[in-house]
Design a protein around this ligand. Sequence first.
Ligand SMILES: *[C@@H]1O[C@H](CO)[C@@H](O)[C@H](O)[C@H]1NC(C)=O
Ligand SMILES: *[C@@H]1O[C@H](CO)[C@@H](O)[C@H](O)[C@H]1NC(C)=O
Ligand SMILES: *[C@@H]1O[C@H](CO)[C@@H](O)[C@H](O)[C@H]1NC(C)=O
Ligand SMILES: *[C@@H]1O[C@H](CO)[C@@H](O)[C@H](O)[C@H]1NC(C)=O
Ligand SMILES: *[C@@H]1O[C@H](CO)[C@@H](O)[C@H](O)[C@H]1NC(C)=O
Length: 579
Amino acid sequence: MAILLLLLSITVSVSAKPDTFKPPDNYLIDCGSSSQTTLPDRRTFSSDSTSSQYLQYHGRQINLADQSADLPLPIYKSAKVFDSKATYSFHVSKTGWHWIRLHFFPVKNKEFKLQETKFTVIAGETLVLLHEYTPKGIEMREYLTNVTTPNLNIMFSGEKDSPAFVNAIEVVSAPDMVITEHIDALFPVGKKIDGITKFSFQKMYRLNVGGVVIGPGNDTLGRNWDSDQKFLKPQSAAKNISIAPNVVTYLEGGSPLIAPPTVYASAVEMGTSDIIAPNFNVTWQFDLDHSYPYLIRLHFCDIVSKSLNELYFNVYVGGKIAISALDLSTVTNGLSVAYYKDLFVEPSMVSSPFLIQVGPLNEPMGTKNAILNGVEILRVNNSVNSLDGEFGADGRSAMGPSRGTVAAVGFAMMFGAFAGLGAMAVKWQKRPQDWQKKNSFSSWLLPLHAGDASFLASSKTSLGSKKSAFHSSTMGLGRYLSFAELQEATKNWDSNSVIGVGGFGNVYLGVLEDGTKDQGKTEEGSNGTSSTLANGAPLAPAVDNRPVTTPSHNPAEVQVIEDHSGTAMFAHPANLNGR
Ligand SMILES: *[C@@H]1O[C@H](CO)[C@@H](O)[C@H](O)[C@H]1NC(C)=O
Ligand SMILES: *[C@@H]1O[C@H](CO)[C@@H](O)[C@H](O)[C@H]1NC(C)=O
Ligand SMILES: *[C@@H]1O[C@H](CO)[C@@H](O)[C@H](O)[C@H]1NC(C)=O
Ligand SMILES: *[C@@H]1O[C@H](CO)[C@@H](O)[C@H](O)[C@H]1NC(C)=O
Ligand SMILES: *[C@@H]1O[C@H](CO)[C@@H](O)[C@H](O)[C@H]1NC(C)=O
């Protein structure tokens, strides 16, 4: 009886907190369906033919349906296909955080190969959600963005031979407290990241550690929580532990809206916490694209201790200490109390694989154990407001000049350098007989750098005015090459070193090789976007068919760069791939 009363009072105190949220905006649309659809979790999606006020579209729109398919949710049985641009527009009754959830499944049909199409989705005019995206199977993408406009537009960029499609759309308000204004950086310790409310997020992982899958119907904000089992490496290092969810309490100011009691009621602890002095980490491994920042949210709740001040442990994120000697008893002043910690991880801190680890302290304090109850990993938009790829909605690239432009400049430079070398070689053969007496290399090379029209001189202006587009510190000004340098680089104009014949003469191997080798030094800071040759020398990124920003300079202009070594003649294109 006493236990029953106790449980009852705990339940009452929990429900007295702001643990429910009625979203002011709650659009659930089953695209391409002729009637509304109710899911097993009791959410009802309305048809976008009855709710066509949301859809602004002037091309052909096709409803596809595959009623026979054995799909987990009925919303995947129908899709809307667009062969030109189409915009869903949702009236926003209260500005602030909103979930956008997009559901995809390439419905079988005779007319379109939806498994092969590629399309882009943009929200609110500037936020790139998906870029050249091809949904392979059932895929749900979830985003969180602060909507500050009276309408939220979601644009699908379909084309005739590459139509866009979508099976269902959710646009649902989230409470203000779902993400706070300032967040601690993982590194350097003590740094705060501001302006979080201007960032948009994409859910990458959301795990109920040590527990069961939680569906939208059992979450306080319609979220999905997966099991952590397949991320645990090795699984033997960990042990599940759980309590009844109704025992979990929240701090003053905390809320089940951050995560429901079921998340905190289960955890993983050290697999052998009962042996005398276990000393290892429990490790979860994730795949993350290191071109974005991430927000990592860790959920803790001491459901293992028998009394206060027994449990102290370390938390590591990306191999860095994230929380040193976490003492849940002190931060929560109780057992089974929910606690969470957000950390902002810069792209440079994103390793592959990305590890989240908990492990015991080295000091003889408390029991040797460590726990984790939940993890969320949210991708943060990059500098051009994209969550998918380096290109912004306006075609700007997060990498500075677009790759296409860089490659074009690179090819132009290489060609120019070959041509220049060839010209020199030709001139060398036609050199005046008395040039050695004059002791002047430039006597035969003179016309190349004599006037403003020469490529050495023009490179100065082109570099000077465009320098900001490139980050390389090696971008110096043109200089003259000594004869010895040229002679050595071309193996004394050895015809065996000829690797090609250009319009001006032969192209020599030696100079090219030296030029590329030396660029290795300046590669740090580039994040793997440039390819490398087998011998480690960086290679120009491939030209691709992504949107290309207009080159602001003449790509035919040749740029000659001074290198530390004194042998390189021209900048390697990969070097221009700065940010
Ligand atoms: C959303 O952004 C606006 C403008 O930056 C800001 O005033 C508002 O506080 C933000 N909303 C939330 C919930 O943080
Ligand atoms: C831990 O719990 C999860 C979810 O219920 C389950 O899939 C897994 O098998 C459990 N692990 C162990 C070691 O019992
Ligand atoms: C909610 O949880 C209960 C109990 O675990 C389960 O029976 C039910 O199927 C879940 N509902 C949804 C919609 O996930
Ligand atoms: C736990 O992981 C961290 C970070 O990867 C590492 O520095 C530490 O040595 C590990 N601890 C143990 C006991 O292996
Ligand atoms: C995300 O996009 C917003 C809006 O363009 C921008 O202010 C913010 O700096 C971007 N975030 C990052 C981490 O670059």
